[in-house]
Every structure is written in C-alpha cells, then in structure tokens.
Design a protein. Structure first.
Length: 201
C-alpha cells in the first residue's frame, strides 16, 4: 500500500502525467497562423513581405477605411429594402446539384493546396470569396431576397476572374494540379452566374 502511494505521488509530480491532452489557445493559434502564412515566400515579387506592407502609408489606409467602410455599409443597408426580386424562377433540378458538387470539389482542392503549402492567408483573395458566395447561391432559394442581393453583389466581383485568366500569376503554384485548379476555379466563377441566370435563380 505504501509503495502504491509512493508511486502515485511520484506520478502526480511528473510533468508528463495527468497533463491535459487539449492544446492551449496559444498553441492552436500558432498552428493556424503557420497554416496561414508559414509557406508564403517573401522572396517572390508581389507575394508579401516588407515591400507589400509599406506599399501604402498607414495614414492613407486609415483614411480610406474610415471613409469607405461606413459608406459601403450605409449603401448596402439602404438598397436592400428596394431590391426587386419579382421574377419567375424554375424549380431546382438535378443539374444544379451536379454543378454544386463539381464546384465544391474544385474549391475543396484549392483549400487543400493552400493548407498543404501553408499559404491559407491567400484564401481571403477576392476570387476565393467570390467562389464561396457562388457556392452559397447554388444552395439558396431563388425567391429569397438575400439571394437576389448576393447575386447582384457577386456580379461586381466577376471582372476579377477575367483579369486572372488574362494575366495569370502562376509562379507560386508549384504543387501538381495547382495550375489546373487555378484555371478551373476562375472559369467556374464566370460560368456559374451565367448558369444561374439560365435557371432564373
């Protein structure tokens, strides 16, 4: 009994025993930050680093944020009640689910590439945000006013996909299949709104 108690007390004193298996918040934050920025190569021009950080002075960033963010929010809130969504939509068909599945696979592959290369920060690029918006649109009811607003907002992002196809930046895409997914995603950004207009929803 004494031996058991002695062993138990030594086990309790050991730093490796009875330690919570859960990672601390700081550890988790470090892991996510590494997935987001750990693989960003600052030696490639235009791929981050000090040059990109100092491209605009701080005062200009603050002034533009203070001016344009409230203006954009006010514009959105004032135009939503005036949206006219009075059109006849067709019922959802099997092709819509097929498009949604294919598009999800393309975007899923892009997400996987970003995690593997530890460049998840680039998922905040406009084209990835547009892809997420279009995936949501493919699941929404056409008669929903929010879908109407989201679709019209999405149309403002579409020119970016044209520019990405016309002037592709591929020097950071080194994994097998990354270039293919780049073109597939940007083509889908252009084609999916046309498909939704064909379905009227």
């Amino acid at each position: 009994m004494f031996v058991f108690a002695e062993n138990t007390s030594s086990m309790l004193e050991s730093p490796h025993v009875l330690k919570s298996p859960c990672l601390s918040f700081s550890s988790m934050a470090g892991i996510w930050w590494d997935l987001a920025t750990g693989g960003v190569n600052h030696s490639i021009q235009g791929n981050g680093g000090e040059e990109c950080m100092t491209y605009l002075p701080t005062w200009q960033r603050l002034c533009e944020t203070a001016l344009f963010v409230p203006l954009a929010v006010r514009t959105v809130l004032s135009t939503i009640p005036a949206l006219d969504c009075s059109f006849a939509s067709r019922p959802k068909n099997d092709s819509r689910y097929a498009v949604l599945t294919l598009y999800s696979l393309i975007f899923g592959a892009e997400l996987a590439f970003k995690m593997i290369s530890k460049t998840g920060i680039f998922l905040l690029n406009p084209c990835h945000i547009t892809t997420a918006m279009q995936l949501v649109l493919l699941t929404m009811d056409a008669n929903d006013r929010r879908a109407c607003f989201l679709f019209r907002l999405n149309m403002y992002f579409m020119p970016g996909a044209f520019f990405a196809l016309a002037f592709p930046i591929l020097n950071t895409r080194t994994l097998p299949g990354e270039v293919f997914v780049y073109y597939a995603q940007h083509l889908a950004i252009i084609l999916v709104p046309l498909y939704l207009m064909y379905l009227r929803g």
